[in-house]
Design a protein around this ligand. Structure first.
Ligand code: ADQ
Length: 753
């Protein structure tokens, strides 16, 4: 890995933004490409960030935006489009055919992920061809990126269209800093798990390819981490997940807006003119504004129904208010959107037919994109902004309204991410029509000082955490991850250290190999009874032991009967029950010291009660100890029950010589002072060893790491903090190392795994 490069500060590097869409659409007219700017939350936000970078020297000076140019471009025209996009828009187009886009964008993106992640499972389509296309397009983006990425680029991938991309990029260029931001909600585990097994695993693994994954709210971050734990089994510590091959952070970065742009443009001549025109046309009518893309997640029908209830309950407002509903066309061609458009139009017609009269239209409906100055004018003249999504990742319209207008009242759905940052708005549940109606009345009657007080609080917050702050926070955390990763990974056994160990081994005359069993010589399995050694592992131990210079010891927490059954015929030493029993080569088992085990009768029923309360937990009764295993139990319930049990046991054993220890998915009670450290010391005293190697994976192995002399080599499997000199990623790598030792002394095992 070229760590020196990727540890460089942000300012000197190029930022590569990757999103499904570029900030423009290309239209081919008379055989020539025409570039039109495109809208939407992501594009608006990132475009503002790009502009703001000029004022911030700490941010990357150079950038490139990679994405689809909005239409399918014939091959002969592509070169010209690339040239213009690079020269005029610092963008690099990824070309897709109409058909690819249909299965990808309208298929998996917007018929599977969008409805599911917005809690519309009944709209979710599970179609294998959509998934296949999703994978293919993510791959296509990865191919395009490979040709343009430089080793010190900072890559920032956006949104649900490209959830497999972080891993694809990192697999090819592991030295890159790769960040991912999800602009929509991440749903709770119970909803996410509705995706078929392969899809949900690949999506999580794809995201975990990034160094940093960002979400709008704490809830989404929590949901993601919960799915990672429950589906992939990766735990997290302080939002950091140790994925298969690197450390990943998942964190919350609520996206802001370009406050300066909105507030200064609101004072511009063009906007002032539009505001005057609007005011003239609105004599005596208070405007309630709603602005969104046409989408079922935005709760447009609920909003209309809430407004209808308001008009029903408050006839005194007839003729005095109007709801101006601006809807931007979106995802034309997707069935639900067409149905919803008709439904909205019918509702508008119904309300206007029911309450309207000559000179007053209760709902003014516009189905179109509105230019920026007109949008600002609308925000500025509206008394109320009504934002009622059923689910929304963030909702920038709410923030834009508050920023643009000095007073006015924001009514905001609790289902929008923005509600977390704007609690001074009137917060409503969008499914409650009466609550929407009451909120409208409250808003229209709120005193100007109260309006200004609430607005000031919200504005202050939005000003502080604006879009530049959001992006720079994300990017700074992203590049900072490299240092954290380096710290964790610095103890990883390097190729050079491994070579040194092998060389030392080759040159030595008396060697002690002190090896833990579960998790070290074999991977951990759900049930302790299923971990017997395969022939290849037994053969490997036999080969190591065949070298006369070697003393091989397997030191386990297992009972001696099991070790005897699995390994008793091999010419190796054994340690059972974490050091309570020892067996020298070809000798009988010996108990380290006589101990009373009366305590087991007392504590067993307690363990049983806790096992009954946690499905999947099981008890292992050994000669000298008791173990309460919970590897097969629900991880979240275990996280509650295990500490409870430990606390209970600590209370009971406080004044005894018993010890309560939490291992990897196990709680054990055993005699204090009897541990693998003692066993290691015993073996070391048996000879004058000039090479000592200790390998283990669990907290109980820390005892022998501590007991080994400084000249010994100690290795802990996994990435946990340890007294050992090195970490190694997996038990498979332990086996590789042991094979290398066998090769070094020239006695190769007969079989291999
Ligand atoms: P969107 O679903 O597109 O974004 P939103 O956050 O409200 O939703 O952003 C919409 C943007 O488009 C705003 O900047 C708004 O000004 C603009 N816009 C809306 N209607 C318009 C109209 N009629 N004419 C012109 N402009 C219009 C997704 C997620 C959101 C998340 C954003 C950013 O769905 O939850 O807030 O990304 O992460």
């Amino acid at each position: 890995m070229t760590r020196a490069v990727s540890g460089a500060p942000l300012s000197g590097r190029r930022l590569v933004i990757v999103s499904n869409r570029l900030p423009f659409n290309v239209e081919i007219k008379d055989g020539l490409p025409i570039f039109h700017p495109s809208a939407g939350g992501l594009v608006t936000g990132l475009a503002s960030f790009r502009e703001s970078r000029q004022q911030s020297p700490a941010l990357p000076a150079e950038h490139l935006w990679v994405g689809w140019p909005g239409s399918s471009i014939d091959v002969p025209l592509r070169e010209d489009v690339v040239r213009q996009a690079l020269a005029n828009f610092k963008s690099f187009p990824v070309f897709l055919t109409e058909e690819q886009m249909e299965h990808f964008y309208l298929g998996f993106c917007n018929a599977t992920i969008w409805p599911l992640f917005h809690y519309f499972p009944s709209f979710t389509v599970y179609q294998a061809s959509f998934w296949a296309q999703y994978k293919q397009i993510n791959q296509l983006f990865a191919d395009a990126l490979e040709s343009i990425l430089r080793p010190d680029d900072v890559v920032w991938i956006h949104d649900y269209h490209l959830m497999l991309l972080p891993k694809l990029v990192k697999n090819r260029q592991p030295q890159l800093s790769v960040g991912f931001f999800l602009h929509i909600p991440f749903p709770s585990f119970e909803v996410f798990r509705m995706l078929p097994g392969e899809w949900r695993r690949d999506i999580l693994e794809g995201l975990l390819g990034a160094d940093l994954i960002g979400f709008h709210t704490y809830e989404y971050t929590h949901h993601f981490l919960q799915s990672v734990l429950r589906i992939l089994g990766y735990e997290h510590q302080m939002s950091q997940v140790l994925a298969q091959d690197h450390l990943v952070r998942a964190d919350t970065f609520p996206m802001g807006i370009d406050v300066e742009k909105f507030s200064s443009a609101a004072r511009s001549d063009d906007t002032e003119r539009e505001i005057r025109d609007l005011r003239n046309s609105l004599t005596g009518v208070k405007l309630i504004l709603s602005v969104d893309r046409l989408d079922y997640s935005k709760g447009i029908a609920n909003r209309l129904e809430g407004y209808e209830v308001f008009l029903e309950n408050n006839p005194e407002y007839h003729g005095k208010v109007a709801l101006l509903m601006v809807v931007v066309p979106s995802r034309i061609g997707v069935v639900q959107y067409d149905v919803m458009k008709r439904q909205i139009e019918e509702l508008v017609g119904k309300i206007n037919g029911r309450f309207g009269r000559v000179g007053w239209t209760p709902v003014v409906y516009q189905y179109r994109h509105v230019p920026f100055t007109s949008l600002l004018a609308l925000y500025s003249v509206s008394e109320v902004c009504l934002v009622t999504p059923l689910r929304d990742g963030m909702n920038l319209v709410a923030k834009e309204y508050v920023t643009t207008r000095g007073g006015g009242v924001l009514i905001l759905s609790e289902m929008a991410g923005a509600a977390k940052e704007l609690p001074e708005a009137i917060i409503i549940n969008p499914n409650d029509r009466a609550e929407i109606a009451n909120a409208l009345k409250q808003a229209l009657e709120m005193s100007p000082p109260e309006q200004q007080k609430r607005h000031r609080l919200m504005q202050r917050r939005l000003k502080r955490y604006n879009v530049s702050r959001w992006a720079s926070d994300f990017l700074t955390t992203l590049v900072g991850m490299r240092e954290v990763q380096n710290r964790v990974e610095s103890k990883l056994l390097s190729a050079a250290a491994r070579q040194e160990i092998v060389a030392h081994y080759r040159q030595s005359a008396r060697r002690l190999l002190f090896l833990d069993y579960d998790g070290t010589l074999t991977p951990l399995v759900p049930h302790p009874g299923l971990a017997g050694p395969d022939p290849a592992r037994r053969e490997l131990l036999r080969s190591l032991a065949a070298d006369r210079k070697n003393s091989v010891v397997v030191a386990s927490g297992r009972e001696r009967q099991i070790l005897e059954e699995w390994l008793g015929d091999l010419p190796i030493g054994l340690v059972a029950e974490h050091g309570a029993w020892l067996k020298l080569i070809h000798q009988d088992w010996r108990r380290v010291k006589p101990l009373s085990n009366e305590w087991k009768r007392e504590l067993l029923p307690i363990l049983e009660t806790y096992a009954d309360r946690l499905p999947g937990a099981l008890i292992e009764e050994k000669e000298e100890s008791l173990a309460w295993h919970f590897r097969m139990a629900d991880p979240e319930q275990s996280a509650l029950r295990a500490p409870e049990l430990i606390d209970h046991l600590l209370n009971l054993t406080g004044k005894t010589d018993l010890q309560v220890i939490q291992g990897d998915k196990v709680v054990e009670i055993r005699h204090a002072g009897v541990n693998k450290g003692g066993a290691a010391l015993y073996w070391m005293s048996q000879d004058d060893f000039d090479f000592i190697l200790g390998i283990g994976d669990d907290t109980t192995d820390e005892d022998f790491f501590k007991a080994l002399p400084a000249t010994a080599v100690s290795i802990r499997v996994g990435m946990s903090a340890t007294h050992a000199q090195h970490n190694i990623r997996s038990s498979a790598q332990v086996i590789d190392l042991l094979r290398a030792l066998v090769d070094a002394s020239g006695s190769r095992p007969k079989e291999s795994t």
